[in-house]
Design a protein around this ligand. Structure first.
Ligand SMILES: Cc1cc2nc3c(=O)[nH]c(=O)nc-3n(C[C@H](O)[C@H](O)[C@H](O)COP(=O)(O)O)c2cc1C
Length: 331
């Protein structure tokens, strides 16, 4: 059997497969199952900044301008202050309990858009035993009064504040909504974070044209959705000074292998587990094992980044967006 172990954020993972933050990673039973079925680490369902804040009024007024992501966010409107506190206690309990019950790294996640008020929470997560913290920051750049500099500054403010508090590794899950995506990712990788997760998936609006209501587009990704992450991991692999994890559209072992070839240190998966169940991890891991055996790779390092932009025989293809030849031939 090939050695599937990898280092991610300085942590030892028995496989590169990570159960991404989602509703599936919010309870001990599922976390145990992820461990049993091949996950090398788990990222817990995010606690939202609003849940951490005690001053709910301030939080709600900020939400209007910050464009939130998952439907769960809406639950906050029903929370009272006591419930806010309760959810943070519950979350800390989940971290502590997970550390007792499973043996793979446990990475809590915070969904945040400001560096204010909530930022003593990372220290509490560290004290509860967290192996690392993933920050899920997403600011939709739609506010015409905020410049790109205003929006970008928030990321660095949050990282600085969190890093001030904790010694455990901090990773950052980002979107691709930056006007200078490559420059921003490079700068972020030099800001003290241990890893970049590319990319987060948003709650996206859709319209019902019969009822004229705004509805939610599919929450789950499809197998074709992996290319954004593949492209950017390949492009950035040789330019960033931190680990990279892919997130988005990995639905099978082959796509996980592609992400590692592009340069990913680890691969996060959510939707495929919703669609196929948590034990689907076994199938992904055995595809990886089979492929490594077939290609005579003994460990993951032997093939990681072999297809990063710099290493491929056709680097220009990653930057090409207008496939003239391709579209002409596509009848
Ligand atoms: C139902 C659902 C809930 C999610 N909740 C969170 C969350 O709380 N925090 C977070 O950072 N990402 C969350 N995500 C995003 C996933 O972690 C992942 O980044 C995204 O779904 C892309 O990966 P996938 O294509 O494998 O699903 C959620 C995804 C789904 C499908």
């Amino acid at each position: 059997m090939a050695d599937l172990s990898v280092k991610y954020l300085g942590l030892d993972l028995k496989t590169p497969l990570i159960a991404a933050s989602s509703g599936l990673t919010d309870n001990i039973d599922n976390l145990k199952r992820f461990e049993k079925h091949g996950a090398g680490a788990v990222v817990l369902k995010s606690l939202f900044e609003e849940e951490i804040r005690i001053e709910k009024e301030a939080a709600l007024s900020k939400m209007g301008s910050s464009g939130f992501i998952y439907p769960e966010t809406m639950e906050f409107y029903d929370y009272n202050d006591a419930a806010d506190q309760e959810s943070t206690f519950r979350y800390l309990d989940l971290v502590a309990e997970a550390k007792k019950k499973i043996h793979i790294p446990v990475i809590p996640s915070i969904n945040c858009v400001t560096a204010e008020q909530w930022t003593d929470f990372p220290k509490q997560l560290q004290d509860a035993g967290a192996d690392a913290i993933e920050l899920n920051i997403f600011i939709i750049p739609s506010d015409l009064k905020r410049t790109k500099e205003d929006n970008e500054k928030v990321y660095f403010d949050i990282i600085k504040e969190v890093k001030r508090q904790v010694t455990i590794p901090v990773s950052l899950k980002i979107s691709f909504y930056f006007s200078d995506l490559a420059i921003m990712m490079k700068k972020l990788s030099e800001s003290g974070i241990a890893g970049l997760v590319m990319f987060n998936r948003f709650y996206s609006p859709d319209f019902d044209i019969d009822t004229m209501e705004v509805t939610a587009a599919s929450v789950l990704s499809s197998p074709g959705d992996f290319s954004q992450s593949l492209r950017w991991i390949s492009i950035m692999r040789d330019h960033v000074s931190c680990d990279l994890a892919s997130s988005g559209g990995v639905h099978d072992g082959n796509t996980l292998i592609k992400m590692i070839l592009a340069g990913a240190n680890a691969v996060q998966i959510a939707s495929a587990f919703y669609k196929n169940g948590i034990d689907y991890g076994d199938e992904i891991i055995s595809s990886l094992q089979d492929w490594m055996k077939k290609n005579k790779y003994k460990n993951i390092d032997e093939f990681r980044s072999l297809m990063s932009q710099h290493q491929t025989n056709n680097p220009a293809v990653f930057q090409r967006v207008q496939f003239m030849k391709y579209f002409r031939g596509h009848k």
